[in-house]
Design a protein around this ligand. Structure first.
Ligand SMILES: Cc1ncc(C[n+]2csc(CCOP(=O)(O)OP(=O)(O)O)c2C)c(N)n1
Ligand SMILES: [Mg+2]
Length: 800
C-alpha cells in the first residue's frame, strides 16, 4: 500500500485537529449548551476521545478500505462521529443531539446510529473479540467459495488499555490461535490510564509476550518522530533512558503539569550541564512539552508507517503509547476519564483552534490548509469510496416444514439432532448455508449426526486419526475448509461472540449464513452480556440450549437452570421457545430459519400482534427427557399456533373450573394432573405453551394498540383465554422460574397459581426432583384444589 505523501500528511494533521475539536465540542454542547430538561448528567469522554484522535485520523482518512470493519473503543464514539461528519456520513443535527434522543449515540451502535457503525461497542471487551470472530467468519465464508468477488477486509479493534482486563478478550485470543486467525488488528490505546486511575507499570511487556505466544505480531509505537529525532541529538540516549524508566504515574502527572514542570524534573534528574541540558535548553517550555508528549500513538508518520506495513497473514497487536486527554487541559490527569472542559477552558481551546464563535460546527474552520484542498482530499478518502459499506445478502429459501421421523418416545434434544441430521442429507443451498458451533458440547447437545455428515471446519484439512487407525467411534472428527461445524473451546462468551459474528455475515461480509449454536441452558448466564450485545447489534442465529432445568436430574444439581426462561422472555431481539414435542420443535425450527433472515417493516400483524417481519434471533430451550409423543397431523393452523406461542391440547368445556397451562418437559405431569382431576371435575382445559415470550409480546402489543384506539386488536393469548370462564382457576407449570407464566392470569382476569422452580442444586431422579420442587402431577392437582376448590382431594397419587 502506498505511503502517505508530505502533502497528505499536512492534510491529515489538519483533519486530526478538526476531529479533536469536533469531538470535544460535541460533548461540550451536549453538557453545557443544549437545554437540559431532566437535570441528569449527560456526560461524554473528552479525554478518552482525544487519546485516539491521531490513530483514528490515520485509520479512517488514510489506511482503511471500504471492506475493512472496525470496533471502535466505546468512549471514543465522538471521534468516530466527527470523522463520519467530515466524510459526509453524519449530520450536524445528530452531532448536536449527541447522547440525546435520536442523536449520535454515546457508544457506537450498529442499530441506533445512522453513520455506518460496523460493530456496536459499549460493554468493554466485547467489540474487541467481535473483530477476531468476524475475521474467522470471513475466512469461513471465503473457504466455502462465497464472497470471493470482494477483497478481503481487515477486522480492526481500537482497544483501551484497561479494556484489556476483560477476560473475554483472552478467551478469544486462545480460540483465535486454535482457529488460525489472521487478518485482524488490535490497536491498543496505551494511555496507561483506566477509569479510576493509572494502570500498573510494565503492562506492555506482559501484553507483548502474551500476544507473541498466541502467534500475533506485536508492534510497539512508543516514541513519536520528534522524540526519535531528539534521541539522535547529543544527550538523546540519556533522555530515552529516562523516558523508559519513568513510572507511568509520574509521566502522566508531568504531562498534566506541562513544560516548566518537565524542565525542572528533567534537570533535577538527568541535567548534567552537558549534552542533555543543552538538548533541554534548546527548547522552549512549549516545545519541551510537545517533545515529551510526542508519544508514538500521537505521531501521524509513525502511526501511518506501522499500519501500512502490517502483514495481513498474521494477526497484529499495535501497542500505541498515548496520552489520555492529549491536547486538552486535563491531559494526563488521573481523574480525567469523565472530566469535561469547563466553559472557560473550552473558550481557550476554541481560540487556540482558531474557531470563530458561531462557526463551531464548520468543517474547515480554523484550518490553515486551503478548503478546496481539504475538500478534494475528503472526496477521495479510500474508506469512503464505496457506495455502501453495509452489505446486503439475498434471503435464502427455506423449507416450509422440516421432516423428522418421530419415535413414540423421544426428547426434544434427540429431536433436534434428528431434524438437523435430516437437513444434513440435503445438497441444496439451504443446507450448505447452515453453520453450527458449540463450546465443547457438540456431542452432548446432539450435534454429532450433523457433524458426521457435514464435517468440521478448518482452513487446513486435518484427518480423524481414530478413523484412520480403524478405531471404531460414533463420531467422524474430520476437519476441512468445506466443513460446516466450528468447534469451540469451552468458553461460552466465545460462542455468543462467534454467533454474533456469523449472524452478521450477511451485512458484514455480504454472505448469508444460517448459524446455530448449542450449549447447556444454565451456561447462557455465562455469556449473557455477549448474547445481549449480539442481539443489540441485530445478529441473527438460532441458539439451542439443552439440557435445561431440573429435568436434567442426575446429570448434576449445579447444572440446573431456573432463570433462563425469564431471560428468554425479557431479552430484546430474541424470540424464545420451549417446546414439549418434537413435531412442535420441527414447526418452530422451520419458521425460525425464515425468521432469522427477516428484515422488514415493523407493522405488527393483526393476527398475533407480533412484529414478525422485523425478524430476530431464536432461542430454543430443549430437554433430554424422553416423553411420549402425540400422534397427530400438523395442520397449518396448529403450526401457526405453535409459532404464536400456545394451543389448546385439551379445550376447556363450558363447565370448566381449572385450566392447566404448561411449558416444555413437564407435559407428562400436566397431562397426568388433568387426567387425575377429570375423575371428579368436568371440562378441565390443558393449554400447551410453546413460547411464553411470544405470547407475552403479542399481549403487550395488543394492549398498546387498543390504548391507541385500535379497539379490535386481540393477541393470540387473549383469543385463547376468552374461551375460559371467568371463575376458572389457572395453574401454570414449567421447569423454570414460575414468574415465566404467572402473568397469564392477568390476561383475562383468572385466578392463577404459578408453579415452577425457585431453588436448585439437588440431584435425584426425575420423580424425586419434581416432587421436591413441587412441579409434579400432585403439586398441580393440589394447586388447582387451592384456587378452584372442587371436591376433597381423593385423586392424589399415592406417594412412593
Ligand atoms: C463491561 C464494562 N465494564 C465497565 C465499563 C465502564 N467503563 C467504561 S470505560 C472504562 C475504563 C476504560 O479505560 P481504558 O480502556 O483504558 O480506556 P481509556 O478511557 O483510558 O481510553 C470503564 C471501566 C464498561 N463500559 N463496560
Ligand atoms: Mg486507558
Amino acid at each position: 500500500m502506498a505511503k502517505s505523501t508530505t502533502s497528505s500528511l499536512e492534510v491529515l494533521a489538519a483533519l486530526e485537529r478538526k476531529v479533536l475539536w469536533l469531538a470535544s465540542w460535541m460533548i461540550h454542547n451536549a453538557n453545557h449548551l443544549r437545554e437540559n430538561t431532566d437535570g441528569l448528567k449527560v456526560g461524554g469522554h473528552q479525554a478518552s476521545s482525544a487519546s485516539l484522535a491521531t490513530i483514528m485520523t490515520a485509520l479512517y482518512f488514510d489506511v482503511l478500505r471500504p471492506q475493512d470493519r472496525v470496533a471502535v473503543k466505546p468512549h471514543a464514539s465522538p471521534i468516530f462521529h466527527a470523522i463520519q461528519y467530515l466524510l459526509g456520513n453524519q449530520s450536524r443535527e445528530r452531532l448536536e443531539a449527541f447522547r440525546g434522543y435520536k442523536g449520535a449515540q454515546s457508544y457506537p451502535s450498529r442499530t441506533k446510529d445512522a453513520d455506518d457503525v460496523d460493530f456496536s461497542t459499549g460493554s468493554v471487551g466485547l467489540g474487541v473479540a467481535q473483530t477476531l470472530f468476524s475475521s474467522l467468519t470471513q475466512d469461513y465464508v471465503r473457504a466455502h467459495g462465497w464472497g470471493l468477488d470482494r477483497p478481503d477486509g481487515r477486522m480492526v479493534a481500537l482497544v483501551g488499555d484497561a479494556e484489556l482486563d476483560e477476560g473475554n478478550i483472552f478467551e478469544s485470543l486462545l480460540e483465535g490461535w486454535k482457529q488460525g486467525l489472521r487478518n485482524c488488528w488490535w490497536i491498543v490505546d496505551y494511555n496507561r490510564q483506566s477509569l479510576d486511575a493509572v494502570v500498573r507499570e510494565g503492562l506492555w511487556e506482559r501484553y507483548q509476550q502474551l500476544f507473541a505466544n498466541f502467534g500475533w505480531n506485536v508492534v510497539i509505537l512508543k516514541y513519536g518522530s520528534l522524540q526519535q529525532a531528539a534521541f539522535k541529538e547529543p544527550g538523546g540516549e540519556t533522555l530515552r533512558r529516562w523516558i523508559d524508566n519513568c513510572p507511568n504515574q509520574l509521566y502522566s502527572a508531568l504531562v498534566f503539569a506541562g513544560g516548566a514542570a518537565w524542565r525542572k524534573r528533567l534537570n533535577d534528574e538527568i541535567g548534567d550541564q552537558g549534552d542533555v541540558s543543552k538538548l533541554i535548553e534548546r527548547r522552549s517550555d512549549e516545545q519541551l512539552a510537545a517533545l515529551m508528549n510526542n508519544l508514538g500513538g500521537h505521531d501521524l508518520p509513525s502511526v501511518l508507517e506501522a499500519f501500512h506495513n502490517a502483514d495481513p497473514e498474521k494477526p497484529t497487536c499495535f501497542i500505541c503509547y498515548t496520552v489520555k486527554g492529549f491536547g486538552l487541559p486535563f491531559a494526563g490527569h488521573k481523574d480525567n476519564h469523565a472530566g469535561l472542559m469547563t466553559p472557560q477552558q473550552m473558550e481557550t481551546f476554541r481560540q487556540a483552534m482558531g474557531v470563530r464563535p458561531g462557526h463551531e460546527w464548520d468543517k474547515f474552520e480554523g484550518l490553515t490548509v486551503p478548503t478546496e484542498k481539504l475538500q478534494r482530499f475528503l472526496e477521495h478518502v479510500p474508506f469512503a469510496s464505496a457506495s455502501a459499506r453495509r452489505l446486503t445478502a439475498e434471503t435464502l429459501e427455506v423449507p416450509d416444514s422440516l421432516s423428522v421421523t418421530i419415535q413414540p418416545v423421544m426428547s426434544t434434544q434427540t429431536g433436534f439432532g434428528a431434524i438437523l441430521n435430516e437437513i444434513g442429507r440435503g445438497a441444496g443451498e439451504f443446507t450448505r448455508r447452515i453453520v453450527t458451533t458449540s463450546p465443547d458440547v457438540t456431542v452432548s447437545t446432539n450435534l454429532g449426526p450433523w457433524v458426521n455428515r457435514r464435517g468440521l471446519f478448518a482452513r487446513q484439512a486435518m484427518a480423524d486419526t481414530f478413523k484412520n487407525e480403524h478405531i471404531p467411534s460414533t463420531f467422524n472428527w474430520e476437519f476441512s475448509p468445506k466443513g460446516q461445524h466450528i468447534e469451540l473451546g469451552i468458553a461460552e462468551m466465545n460462542l455468543f461472540i462467534l454467533l454474533s459474528a456469523l449472524g452478521l455475515s450477511h451485512s458484514v461480509h455480504g454472505v448469508r449464513l444460517l448459524p446455530i449454536g448449542t450449549l447447556y441452558d444454565p451456561f447462557i448466564a455465562r455469556g449473557l452480556d455477549a448474547l445481549n450485545y449480539a442481539c443489540y447489534q441485530d445478529a441473527r442465529f438460532m441458539l439451542v440450549a439443552t439440557p435445561s432445568g431440573i429435568t436434567l436430574a442426575g446429570e448434576g444439581g449445579a447444572h440446573q437452570s431456573i432463570a433462563e426462561p425469564l431471560i428468554g422472555l425479557a431479552q430484546d431481539g430474541l424470540a424464545s421457545f420451549e417446546p414439549a414435542y418434537v413435531d412442535e420443535l420441527a414447526a418452530i425450527m422451520a419458521w425460525a430459519f425464515s425468521y432469522i433472515q427477516k428484515n422488514g417493516e415493523v407493522a405488527p400483524s393483526e393476527v398475533n400482534w407480533l412484529r414478525d417481519e422485523t425478524g430476530g434471533s431464536v432461542y430454543l430451550r430443549l430437554s433430554t427427557r424422553p416423553i411420549e409423543q402425540i400422534k397427530r397431523d400438523m395442520t397449518a393452523e396448529l403450526r401457526q399456533q405453535i409459532v404464536d406461542g400456545a394451543y389448546w391440547q385439551r379445550k376447556p368445556g363450558p363447565n370448566c373450573q381449572v385450566v392447566v397451562a404448561y411449558a416444555g418437559a413437564v407435559a407428562p405431569e400436566a397431562i397426568e394432573a388433568v387426567g387425575l382431576m377429570a375423575e371428579d371435575r368436568r371440562d378441565v382445559g390443558l393449554l400447551a405453551v410453546t413460547s411464553a415470550d411470544r405470547l407475552n409480546a403479542g399481549w403487550t402489543a395488543a394492549q398498546r394498540a387498543r390504548e391507541r384506539g385500535l379497539v379490535h386488536a386481540r393477541s393470540h393469548i387473549e383469543r385463547l383465554l376468552v374461551e375460559v370462564p371467568a371463575h376458572c382457576g389457572l395453574v401454570t407449570v414449567l421447569d423454570g422460574h414460575p414468574a415465566t407464566l404467572a402473568w397469564l392470569g392477568a390476561v383475562a382476569g383468572h385466578r392463577v397459581r404459578p408453579l415452577g422452580v425457585e431453588h436448585f442444586g439437588q440431584t435425584g431422579s426425575l420423580a424425586e426432583l419434581y416432587r421436591h420442587y413441587g412441579i409434579d402431577a400432585n403439586a398441580i392437582v393440589a394447586a388447582a384444589q387451592a384456587i378452584a376448590p372442587g371436591r376433597p382431594i381423593r385423586h392424589l397419587k399415592a406417594l412412593p
